[in-house]
Ligand binder design. Sequence first.
Ligand code: SAM
Length: 227
Amino acid sequence: SDHALQYPESPEAIDWDLHYPAFSASGRTPAFADVGCGFGGLLIALAPLFPDTLMLGMEIRVQVTQYVEDRIAALRTTSALSTPSAPGQYQNVSVVRANAMKFLPNYFQKHSLTAIFFLFPDPHFKSRKHKARIISPTLLAEYAYALRPGGVVYTITDVRDLHEWMKSHLDAFPLFESVDEETLRAEGKGPILDAVYTSTEEGKKVERNGGDKWLACFRRVEVARDP
Ligand code: SAM
């Protein structure tokens, strides 16, 4: 349970060098957050595409977090062995075991993120469980705080009802505005979108089962829209 977890008091209290030793003393902090990262497929897909961008996965399940940690360590080792002269790949990804619904602000400074991902989040079908959903007005205020203006929220799900839920809450929140896939692709974010659709373990499962995928993306705006 939560109290067994140790949380940093604030983002400033985190020693990011432990997560990203190759970037130590760079002063960089994570710019991409994958909330509920599961087995880490998105992080692993994006790491080589944006080698200078630090990325952090948050995952609540202990064993799954450990799996991602081991996976990253193995990829770093393999990559270092294959090109001994270069710093090696996957230095820019890491993962923490954390309840993102309670402690996201402990990890990310104001306006530090350029992207936040909610890929195939748990649907919590029953309405009495809707408060357990990862998108809600309170949590959106935290995401807006962590994202810098211009930053993007990526959501995708195979559950139509959850898609409508996430979209309607984001639409209603004055610091986010809907941005369509075409616009994002024109900005060069095509590789990110491709990874959002296909790189995660849950996304692959949906594909195998022939399910639909509903994407909704929102931009963090500088000044609150009129409601
Ligand atoms: N995003 C991954 C993917 O697409 O393959 C995983 C999707 S899985 C359905 C949802 C994940 O979110 C699970 O691994 C679950 O443990 C994690 N999760 C659920 N609630 C969470 C929370 N409050 N904080 C962090 N992770 C959470």
